[in-house]
Design a protein around this ligand. Structure first.
Ligand code: EPZ
Length: 417
């Protein structure tokens, strides 16, 4: 099992390019199931989750061919197996995103229930409720969601809570339904908008993506298209935090601050100077950050996927910060590991009180989930001495070539097998 060995104390500086967004690429790759024509994607990140999704789609009969460094062509013409097995789904919950497209395109889907994960139960009841509203017959048996429909019918759907992949699944299903579908209480995340833009380029009729009411007029068929995946805003935010905590000065390329307002605002409150260019962000950090409190909530509020990273920078900031997690019920798995490095954190329900300390001490720690592992990397960059991070397969799911990119910015980081 790979580990990361990090020698703390280096100030990050220089430039590095960001990759395409994992959470945009995952639903967008599933959109290839909606047409029999080839769809061409560029700026696809090289991540374990993406490889898993390509294996899953390949098992269903989708043709997958690489095209250059970050390009892919997916051909849904050969779709012949509407099953997402437990073996596949248990390694990546986002596999649930094939459910809506399979029912819409082929009239049937058998998708294993994802099961819980480290950060929470993460049920998919809203995905099922929405498909049932569109006329699908859905049974949950032996751990599988089995959905069937001759042709989905447009419906008015209001999800009980804001759900990103729920909105994405239902929006994809609605593209080929008969009539109009209205999704209320829809997720407004930029990745939902990127998916909508891709679907529209394939001939879908969608309006309102990015707002909490999305209208989709069903069409009979979708056609091929070319789509560039948007930059990864969470990867961007993660590197901004890494530079900020080391008192660094970095420029991140091939990215945009357009979708990171709340993260940029919080980093400026912490004392960073940030200048935003058209497709780059420049951050200059102070010697020591000021503590910043935050509360996670659906976009455009502070993203839950940046909560662990901000907890890490608050560990050595000047002052006390309160971090409130409102999306997932167990997204504080990084707290115990940060405390092994000397952090002073108290958990009270879904609040974490972080009292900044002067310094952290390197130690051996364990990654528990994707963003928790990112927070351990950030803390290790500023801790005295060496930190060894175990189970970094979590990191590899969502951060492309992280040790290369950090080393390019001057960090002392090594992958040890
Ligand atoms: C997406 O997960 C992201 N994953 C997550 O990123 C992100 O943390 C999350 O949205 C919130 O922004 C992808 O896009 C692939 P939700 P998703 O459905 O869609 C509850 C990362 O680090 N809920 O918006 O699974 C759910 O339990 C990952 O890249 C139901 O109860 O999240 C949660 O409490 C982690 N029933 C809340 O809603 C449902 O049917 C929000 O979940 C659906 C969701």
């Amino acid at each position: 099992m790979d580990k990361l060995l990090i020698e703390g104390g280096k100030v990050l500086s220089g430039e590095v390019a960001m990759s395409g967004a994992k959470n945009a690429a995952l639903p967008i790759l599933c959109a290839s199931l909606l047409t029999a024509e080839p769809v061409h994607f560029t700026n696809v990140p090289h991540l374990n989750d993406i490889s898993t999704m390509l294996r899953l789609l390949g098992d269903m009969g989708v043709g997958v061919t690489m095209d250059g460094v970050d390009g892919l062509v997916l051909n849904g013409g050969g779709l012949n197996n509407p099953v997402a097995s437990y073996e596949m789904v248990k390694t990546m919950r986002a596999s649930i995103l094939v459910l809506g497209p399979l029912v819409a395109r082929g009239g049937e889907a058998r998708v294993s229930l994802p099961g819980g994960c480290a950060i929470g139960a993460r049920p998919v009841d809203q995905h099922i409720k929405g498909l049932q509203a569109m006329g699908a017959e859905v049974k949950v048996e032996q751990g599988y969601v089995h959905a069937k429909a001759t042709r989905l019918k447009g419906a008015r759907i209001c999800t009980d809570m804001v759900t990103v992949t729920g909105t994405e699944n239902l929006m994809m299903a609605a593209c080929l339904a008969e009539g109009e579908t209205i999704i209320e209480n829809a997720a407004r995340e930029p990745e939902v908008v990127d998916l909508a833009n891709c679907l529209i380029s394939m001939g879908a009729r969608i309006s309102g993506a990015g707002t909490d009411v999305i209208r989709i007029q069903g069409v009979d068929k979708l056609h091929g298209a070319t789509h560039a995946i948007m930059p990864d805003r969470i990867e961007t935010g993660t590197y901004l935090c890494a530079a900020a905590v080391t008192g660094g000065d970095i420029r991140l390329l091939k990215t945009s601050a357009a979708y990171l307002d709340t993260v940029v605002d919080k980093l400026m409150d912490a004392g960073c100077d940030i200048t935003v260019e058209r497709d780059a962000i420049h951050l200059v950090a102070p010697k020591r950050l000021k503590a910043v409190s935050l509360r996670t909530a659906p976009y455009p509020a502070f993203p839950t996927d940046m909560q662990a990273q901000f907890m890490a920078i608050n560990c050595v900031a000047d002052g006390v910060a309160t971090i409130r997690e409102t999306i997932f019920e167990n997204r504080f798995m990084h707290v115990n590991e940060l405390m092994r490095l000397g952090a002073n954190i108290q958990i009270e329900g879904n609040n974490a009180i972080v009292r900044g300390v002067e310094r952290l001490e390197g130690a051996t720690v364990m990654a528990t989930d994707l963003r928790a592992s990112a927070s351990l990397v950030i803390a290790a960059l500023v801790a005295d001495g060496e930190t060894l991070i175990d189970r970094i397969y979590h990191l590899d799911r969502g951060y492309e070539r992280i040790e290369e990119k950090l080393a390019k910015l001057g960090a002392s980081v090594k992958r040890v097998h």
